[in-house]
Write a protein that binds this ligand. Structure first.
Ligand code: PLP
Length: 378
């Protein structure tokens, strides 16, 4: 090891955040309350005024979004084969059928032509994922208009990213964010859903909390079997403090990502399509992934990751192709159906990238990567 351990992701928690959380704990109002409301208002302001409601995770937010659009048994939802498992699991959890399509190597995002071809009269929604680059809002709006389906954007990785000159979430239909500690800002665990209007906001409030509606006489009614996905005030207070530094952190991520390009471009083993798309200015760069040149290496990806660990560098794997997991194979999905997703799933590794990393850390990762890629198994 040539320096302190570098994890592949690490949230910034400053003293002001710790003090803010301590204040909330001292207030004894720690479940959902005024901090959740303030956080939701701040998130809504951040995305340009559309209503936002918070959840205990992005997974919960997406499940509720699917319930909101009425996706259930007999319906289909189109989603990319390359994402975190949650993007597809939520579709099955509401009883709908997942229809996978391939991703595009240039953007690493869903191939919208393939998605269009997969639409049937049963298609209820498109669930695209902001992966290595933000999704294009104009292309999603055109897809929605052309096919007449709802669009639930999985923007777990994209809070703080900009697309089409606006923050992700400012445009579109339903947009879900994650505040897991590996994301651009954190509430420890947590998520949010951006919706179109007050009626949708009221509907998801019910779906996230037992389906309960308050009657004029003060009693409660249940109109739908809702879940339990409300964020706590302790998490929301952390989220408020984090949100105030989000733009600064995304700018730092972008500078570090550009430094990775400067260090890795021109390497004969990492020819351009092995580097992530450079994306547009304002991309929040949650991750910097590279595709390993496995054919030219004497070691496997697992051995690469272990060797980097011995160098004091944490490497992530984001993500395997979803349709090759046993749950999906049992439903008939198989190898060879989505060559780009499968290639990314086979070759991808995630290099360390977090706001308080330094350019020297980036250089250390690149030097180790070059050394290990060219090494032989020990
Ligand atoms: C693309 C994507 N979607 C969804 C999720 C799920 O987010 P959460 O952990 O907040 O449920 C993640 C988390 O890693 C993700 O990367």
């Amino acid at each position: 090891m040539t320096g302190p351990f570098l994890p592949f992701a690490r949230p910034v928690i400053d003293e002001a955040m710790i003090a803010a959380v301590a204040d909330t704990l001292r207030s004894r109002w720690i479940a959902s309350g005024p901090q959740v409301q303030a956080f939701e208002k701040a998130l809504s302001d951040y995305v340009g005024g559309r209503p936002v409601r918070t959840f205990t995770s992005a997974t919960g937010a997406m499940e509720v979004a699917l319930q909101l659009v009425g996706a259930g048994p007999g319906d289909e939802v189109v989603t990319p084969a390359q994402s975190f498992f949650a993007s597809a699991n939520v579709i099955e959890r509401v009883g709908a059928r997942t229809v996978f399509v391939d991703v595009d190597l240039a953007t690493r995002n869903i191939d919208l032509d393939a998605a269009g071809a997969a639409v049937t009269p049963r298609t209820k929604a498109l669930l695209p994922v902001h992966y290595n680059a933000p999704l294009d809002p104009a292309a999603l709006a055109a897809f929605r208009a052309r096919h007449g389906v709802r669009v639930i954007e999985d923007a777990a990785l994209a809070i703080g990213s900009r697309a089409g000159g606006k923050p992700v979430g400012a445009a579109g239909d339903l947009v879900s964010f994650s505040f897991h500690p590996n994301k651009n800002m954190t509430t420890i665990e947590g998520g949010a859903l951006v919706v179109n209007d007050a009626a949708e906001a009221a509907a998801i409030e019910k779906l996230r909390f037992h389906g309960i509606a308050r009657l004029p006489d003060g009693t409660r009614d249940v109109e739908v079997a809702g879940g339990k996905y409300n964020l706590s005030d302790v998490s929301a207070r952390l989220g408020l403090a984090q949100l105030s530094r989000l733009d600064e952190w995304c700018a730092a991520r972008e500078r570090l990502a550009m430094h990775y390009f400067a260090c890795l471009e021109g390497d004969d083993l990492l020819i351009p399509d092995r580097l992530p798309p450079r994306a547009n200015p304002g991309h929040g760069w949650n991750m910097f992934t590279v595709l390993l040149p496995l054919g030219g290496m004497a070691i496997t990806r697992r051995q690469f990751m272990d060797a980097m660990q011995r160098e004091g560098i944490g490497i992530g794997l984001s993500y395997e192709a979803i349709h090759l997991a046993s749950f999906w194979r049992a439903k008939g999905w198989r190898e060879g159906q989505f060559p780009v997703a499968e290639r990314i799933g086979r070759e991808t590794v995630t290099l360390p990238l977090f706001p308080d990393m330094t350019p020297v850390d980036v250089e250390r990762v690149c030097e180790a990567l070059r050394r290990v890629v060219r090494s032989r198994a020990a």
